[in-house]
Structures are given as C-alpha cells and as structure tokens.
Write a protein that binds this ligand. Structure first.
Ligand SMILES: Cc1cc2nc3c(=O)[nH]c(=O)nc-3n(C[C@H](O)[C@H](O)[C@H](O)COP(=O)(O)OP(=O)(O)OC[C@H]3O[C@@H](n4cnc5c(N)ncnc54)[C@H](O)[C@@H]3O)c2cc1C
Length: 375
C-alpha cells in the first residue's frame, strides 16, 4: 500500500491544481505523463518479468480511486493505458509482447483503446473501419470516435472488420501505430467534464498495419475487446468511487461550517439524510469494486460482477455529486467550487466503457442464463 499512499500525496499536491486548470483551459493530462511514468503508473498492468509493477487488481483499483479523488481526468487516462497493456500482455506473443511491454511504462508508448465509431457505440459489432489484406499485413481505413488518450497515444488497440470477411467473424483487434502514415487526429473540445482527459477522433486513411500487430486470433476481435472491457469497467467503477468520496468529503466539510437559522446546516435532518445516504451508498460501491477486483486476481471475474460494480458505482457517484451540489446550495453552482466540476466529471462514468443500460442488459442476461427469472 506504499504506492497507494504515494499516489494519494502526488495526486493531492500536484494533480489537483493541474486538474482544476485543465478543466478551464482544456489542456491535457499529457503534461504529467513523464511523472506518471516515473511513478510506475503507466506499467501497473505489466508482468514483473517485463519490468512492470504486476499490480494486484485491488491495489490497481485503489490507485485509480486515489487518482480520481483529486483528478478524475488522470484516473481515466491511466486506466485506459493500463487496460491496453493488460490486453497486450494477454493476447500477444513474443517477440512483439516483449518488445512493446518491456517499455510500456515509458510515455513514448502511451496508448489508447479505439473501439467506438460514429455509428458503433453500444453496438460494438457494428464497426465499419475496414482492414484489407495486403502483402505483409493490412491497409486500414475508417474513423474512430471518442478515443481517450487519442491526441498523444503512440499505440491504438483498434477494432476493425476484415474486408474479405465482413460478418461478425471478420472482426479483428489490431495495434495501429500512431506514427504510421495515414493516421490523423482531431481533438474533441467542449466536453462537459473530464476536460483534462484527451478525447479525439482518429482518422485512418490507408494505414499499413503489419501482420504481427494482429492482437488475438483473426475473427476474435470482439472477444479481445469485450472480455477486456469487463475488467476495464472496474477501473471506471474505481474512478467513480474516487469522485464520490471527494464529493462526500466536500459535503461533510461544508455542512459543518455553513450556518443557517443559527445552526450548522449538517444538524438539519434533511441535510444529514443526504450525508448518511451518500456514505452508505459509497461504502456499498467500494465493496462491489473490491469484490470484482478480487475476482480478477483469482482469475474468475464474471460479466455480472464487473457490470454490477460499474453500474452501481457510477450511478452512485452521480447521485452523490448531485447531493453535493444540493448541500452547497448556490455556492455549489459556480466554477470555483470543486463540487461543480466533480458533478460534471461524474456524468460520463455511466456512459463510457458501456452505458448503464448495457450493464443492466448484461446483468439481466446473466441472471437469465443462470435460470433466475429476470422479471
Ligand atoms: C469522454 C468519452 C470518452 C470515451 N472514450 C472512449 C475510448 O477511449 N474508446 C472507445 O472506443 N470509446 C470511447 N468512448 C465511447 C463510449 O464508450 C460510448 O459513448 C458508449 O459506449 C455509448 O455509445 P454511444 O455514445 O454511441 O451511444 P449509443 O450506443 O448510441 O446509446 C445511446 C443511448 O441508447 C442506449 N442503448 C443503446 N443500445 C441499447 C440497448 N441494447 N438496450 C438499452 N439501451 C440501449 C444507451 O444506453 C444510451 O442511453 C468515450 C465516450 C466519451 C463520452
């Protein structure tokens, strides 16, 4: 837990002021990548044999939680890069695996997960980015949308459709080199929250991808992406608990200090109810995250446990952020108040890496397949 403590201190002292600035000017976490690399935070998911930290998943979740408490933008940046590292560790073989992952903690290998497209969000299998087989590899054409880390990533774990097998079994995961000719990036400005996290449209025009950059077997791209997202969702759930805990701390502190009717507002039953409900829901969310992370460590994370943690933690973070504004009254409605930003930062957590509706769909399907009535 020494690393978790160091992350908390670093996030409080260094990231928090930066995060407040990124929110205003929409500059990006990219400026702290070297510091994140030095602390080992870009190689959390990499085996020790490849010079990574081989971080147990509960510790990983605790780190994302601490980062999110002070900088939700940094938390998602680190979570996405480590998710791509885990995918490569699992689905690639030497020499590519060693070549890439032994330097994964170096910001020059910063990465992104490129699944979504303008017409393929919840329905990942609808991707239209096409890979055409050519000598030695593929030519990839298409456009990826909403890609976190997209402006500075060197590597894009990309879901594509083979031109010669356009059905579902033609979906492949490929590692696209951001330095290859034909790769273009357009930053998406004007996001509601997590404005320090880079979000980009990635344009792929006749980009050559060598055969050795195929990740997992041909036709198994959807499996590679979706099975990894199940674990990745725990990272987003941990981001949500970090945001929620920060909101709760702000709420409690304000409720103690703000007086109305000659009493601290925290002594009013209605305000106390908001604090108490938030504390209980946050604790429940943390336990779901903890359980799911422990399941990953045991190698038996079910889709149900991953989805439950993501669904509950992210919805709970939004409820708590809402109450945090309510407890602050008018003071919570302006930018200088931190909960105003946290409220906006929390919002995306029920959307990316699978919306709440998709998590409910997964949970209901799992209940159904286990023979438990769903309604
Ligand atoms: C800031 C940000 C960062 C992101 N980062 C990444 C990234 O790094 N990589 C990446 O690949 N993607 C990323 N995304 C994309 C994100 O994963 C998608 O936005 C998300 O999966 C939802 O897809 P969509 O936006 O197309 O919405 P849609 O799929 O069009 O959904 C719209 C609405 O319909 C509902 N809906 C859709 N299908 C069903 C269904 N079967 N049953 C019930 N309801 C349904 C949804 O729940 C939602 O409420 C990011 C998005 C944002 C906003």
């Amino acid at each position: 837990m020494v690393l978790v403590d160091a992350v908390r201190e670093f996030a409080r002292d260094v990231l928090l002021p930066m995060d407040r600035r990124w929110d205003v000017d929409e500059s990006s976490v990219a400026e702290v990548l070297p510091r994140l690399g030095e602390m080992g935070l870009l190689a959390l998911s990499i085996p020790e044999s490849l010079d990574g930290l081989a971080c147990p998943y509960r510790t990983y979740a605790a780190i994302i939680h601490e980062l999110a408490y002070f900088s939700p933008s940094t938390a998602v940046t680190v979570a996405v890069h480590n998710m791509v590292g885990r995918i490569l560790a699992k689905f690639t073989a030497d020499p590519l695996r060693r070549e890439l992952l032994s330097r994964w903690g170096d910001p020059v290998n910063f990465s992104a997960f490129a699944l979504s497209e303008a017409n393929a969000g919840s329905d990942a299998a609808a991707v239209r980015t096409t890979a055409t087989a050519v000598e030695g590899g593929y030519r990839v054409n298409g456009e990826k949308m909403w890609i976190s880390n997209g402006m500075n990533a060197r590597w894009f774990l990309t879901l594509v459709r083979l031109a010669e097998a356009p059905e579902r079994d033609g979906l492949c995961a490929m590692l696209v080199d951001g330095r290859a000719s034909g790769v273009g990036r357009t930053k998406i400005y004007g996001k509601m929250g997590i404005r320090g996290s880079e979000t980009a449209v990635i344009h792929l025009a006749d980009v050559f991808v060598p055969e050795r950059h195929l990740v997992g077997p041909r036709g198994h791209g959807l499996h590679v992406c979706l099975s990894s997202l199940n674990e990745g969702r725990i990272g987003i759930a941990a981001q949500a608990t970090g945001i929620a805990e920060a909101c709760l701390a702000e709420m409690v502190s304000y409720a103690r200090q703000r007086e109305q009717f000659h009493r601290p507002i925290g002594t009013f039953q209605a305000v106390g109810e908001m604090l108490a409900s938030s504390a209980v829901e946050l604790e429940a969310a943390k336990l779901l995250v903890w359980r799911a992370a422990a399941d990953v460590e045991r190698g038996r994370l079910s889709p149900m446990a991953g989805s439950m943690a993501k669904l509950y933690a992210t919805e709970c973070a939004n409820r708590i952020a809402y109450r945090a504004i309510q407890v602050h009254g008018g003071a919570g409605y302006v930018r200088e108040c931190r909960v105003e930003q946290l409220y906006r930062d929390a919002r995306v957590t029920t959307i990316y890496e699978g919306t709440s509706e998709i998590q409910r769909l997964v949970i209901a399907r799992e209940l159904d397949s286990a023979g438990v009535p769903t309604c």
